[in-house]
Design a protein around this ligand. Structure first.
Ligand code: ADP
Ligand code: MG
Length: 286
């Protein structure tokens, strides 16, 4: 269980070539143990590059990443150990399922950790429960299952490492609304029950507003906004200027305000919108 501290992080791809690209610039932040963080930003803003630094898959061009107070890039052992502590579910992780059965796929990580067989079994069943992978699927081939099922198997495979920090890069990309909701609900209950830090990269503002305790917005490789959903969605114009969507309730509140309805407060859920409209109605009839 570990706090993440990022200090002056900068990452340059293909440095010194004509393809040089500064992907992350001057990022410093701390993520305390147990926080549920939403990372948002336009395509190419540096989200995936950033998260890959948190388990040493990418090394900083300059700056440091500390997990539990330890520089994860100190040597090859710290770089290896952090892979168990910080687990990443990549975008479209279902393409990384390659074992013959669902069980073996979920067990792949714990087996690599050289855990005893009964501990592997315990972890596979626990991870499958969190990710809602029914045990009746254990002996099936992952290849013959639906897109949503494959995605949940891949998530279970990372949860089975019992990482102190679980990072998911666009975990709902390409799924239908029911599949999205199921995965996000699973992630929320995993966060509550395990006490792990969870970092979700997402394009979907409604989902992020609904589940995150803190939102970090990237723009051109820098942190442009960092705060509670209430703080971040109180400045919707800033998000729109970064090329981002805002939650549906926020967009509707902006339209109503534009039409002269005096709504107050930060609005990013339907409940907040409804209450603000009722307050405005009450004030108008006083
Ligand atoms: N392997 C790579 N080589 C060169 N440039 C890259 C590589 N990966 C990403 N980039 C560039 O770095 C920037 C940030 O990309 P990325 O971190 O993938 O952003 P996001 O996840 O927000 O879409 C983009 O301009 C992207 O084109
Ligand atoms: Mg990305």
């Amino acid at each position: 269980m570990a706090e993440i501290k990022v200090e002056g992080l900068r990452h340059v791809y293909s440095a010194g070539t004509p393809f040089e690209k500064v992907a992350i610039e001057d990022v410093s932040l701390t993520i305390p143990q147990g926080q549920l963080v939403g990372v948002i930003g336009h395509t190419g803003s540096g989200k995936s590059t950033f998260i890959q630094h948190l388990n040493a898959l990418l090394q900083p061009t300059s700056g440091k990443v500390l997990v539990g107070g330890r520089d994860i890039n100190e040597n090859k052992f710290t770089r290896r150990d952090v892979k168990w502590e910080v687990g990443i579910v990549f975008q479209y992780p279902e393409y990384q399922l390659f074992e013959e059965t669902v069980y073996r796929d979920i067990a792949f990580g714990p087996r690599n950790m050289k855990l005893p067989e009964d501990e592997i079994d315990r972890r596979v069943r626990e991870a499958a429960r969190f990710a809602q992978v029914g045990e009746e699927l254990f002996e099936r081939s992952p290849l013959e299952l639906s897109g949503g099922q494959k995605r949940r198997i891949a998530i279970a495979g990372v949860i089975a490492l019992r990482p102190g920090v679980l990072i998911l890069d666009e975990p709902t990309a390409g799924l239908d609304p029911a599949g999205c909701r199921q995965i996000l609900d699973n992630i929320c209950s995993y966060h509550k029950e395990s006490g792990s830090t969870v970092i979700i990269v997402s394009h979907n503002m409604d989902d992020t507003a609904r589940i995150a305790e803190r939102i970090i917005a990237f723009d051109h490789g820098r942190v442009a906004m960092d705060g509670t959903p209430e703080q971040v969605f109180s400045e919707p114009e800033k998000l729109i200027a970064m090329g981002l969507d805002v939650p549906k309730a926020t967009a509707l509140a902006m339209a109503l305000k534009g039409a002269g309805v005096p709504l107050d407060g930060s609005i990013y859920t339907h409940g907040q919108l409804l209450r603000a409209v009722l307050r405005a109605k009450e004030a108008a009839t006083c």
